[in-house]
Ligand binder design. Structure first.
Ligand code: RB5
Length: 149
């Protein structure tokens, strides 16, 4: 499975831990940055990861900023992206099963490393349940189409 990762400076350290964790498990990963602790803008990294996921270059994206909020808001502006900000494992599997989320967002200043890695594993191992949930996702897509230029 191919995973695209991105963060701003506020999510850099947690992103590094997630990369080590995923590499140990044999995932193919690409880190779109940021690579240093210098202050930067989370939309720059959210956009790159979101576009790579929409283009199907990766199966899923993982985005990290201080809260996970700014980076998930940005990713959700890209049509076809369903980015879910999760701080617990229930939400992590529910958003795959019900929303077919294709990006997981995390807040480094919100969740500790242990919980964050459990959330990552839970998200990546859960499966979309389709059926009535697909009908609801189709409605999200219609809204995207309505507001696309
Ligand atoms: C950066 O200081 C911080 O604002 C950012 O990481 C994120 O929390 C924004 O939503």
């Amino acid at each position: 499975m191919r995973i695209a990762l991105g963060s701003d400076h506020g999510g850099l350290n947690l992103k590094k831990e997630i990369i080590l964790h995923l590499e140990k498990k044999g995932y193919e990963i690409k880190d779109f940055g940021t690579y240093t602790e210098d202050s930067c803008d989370y939309p720059d990294f959210a956009l790159q990861v979101a576009e790579s996921v929409v283009k199907k270059e990766f199966d899923f994206g993982i985005l990290v900023c201080g809260t996970g909020i700014g980076i998930s808001i940005t990713a959700n502006k890209v049509p076809g992206i369903r980015a879910a900000l999760c701080s617990d494992t229930f939400s992590a599997h529910a958003t795959r099963e019900h929303n077919n989320a294709n990006i997981l967002a995390l807040g480094e200043r919100v969740v500790g490393k242990g919980l964050a890695l459990d959330i990552v594993d839970t998200f990546l191992n859960a499966e979309f349940q389709g059926d009535r949930h697909q009908k609801r996702i189709d409605k999200i897509t219609k809204i995207e189409e309505k507001y696309s230029k």
